[in-house]
Design a binder for this molecule. Sequence first.
Ligand code: MF3
Ligand code: CO
Ligand code: CO
Length: 263
Amino acid sequence: MRVRTEPRPIIKTAEELDKMRAANRLARAVLAEMGRRILPGATTMDLETEARRMTEEAGAKGAFYQYRVGDKVYPYYLCTSVNDCVVHGFPDDRPLQAGDLVSVDYGCVLDGFVGDTAWTWCVGEPSPDAKHLMDVTREALYRGIAMAQPGRRVFDVAREIQTWCESNGCGVVRALVGHGVGRRMHEPPQVPNYAAPESRRDRLRAGMTICIEPMITAGTHEVYEPAGKWDVLTRDGSLAAHYEHCIAILDDGPEILSVPEDI
Ligand code: MF3
Ligand code: CO
Ligand code: CO
């Protein structure tokens, strides 16, 4: 999401990187369990209850719970964004049904450091259009990660994601971006999914930890936020997908911290 941040990215020490590994491994374990529970008849509130239980059992805190943006306070451990909801959907009691496209974003704070990762699943078999959107968005994430080399710029990551998604007929949301991450969930730099000129300034250096998180639609890039609510919806009602990894930039390239990758 777009937040105001100070200009300098925070370079992590080896010890801090280890804590980022632990936090993101936990985040990924919780997210994987959410994926296993996305079944017809389940509710996203069931997922929320389990995410909260797993977080507490691990001695961690929910990174989203009571997170403040402007004058809004986020009330849950998970974002569960279904169909045309891009991000920040609230868990609710509607039973999931075959064909629903469910993006789950989860964050935790463990030993002072943040884990943040998201994935999209379909309930049952996806339609060809939903499958295309999921495949393009997941591939965009990995293409972006491959670009995240020391000495390159955030702009290179962003342009790669945009070019790939648009050349495959998908819309790239601009109103929301990835971000640096560490002791706080949102640190500099912002990591857009489109070639924002200001990202040319942001050089990637060893020791940075960032979240790359393409938020992609099957239609246009425009989104809207109903007044006073958290949900971000596609303006044209098209489906949206969201995949997010937290990575460290190391001397020899990117390391994915939100592992295991396959969930
Ligand atoms: N985890 C989201 C991100 O990837 C942010 C969630 S905002 C919250 O940046 F308010 F829901 F916490
Ligand atoms: Co996230
Ligand atoms: Co994030």
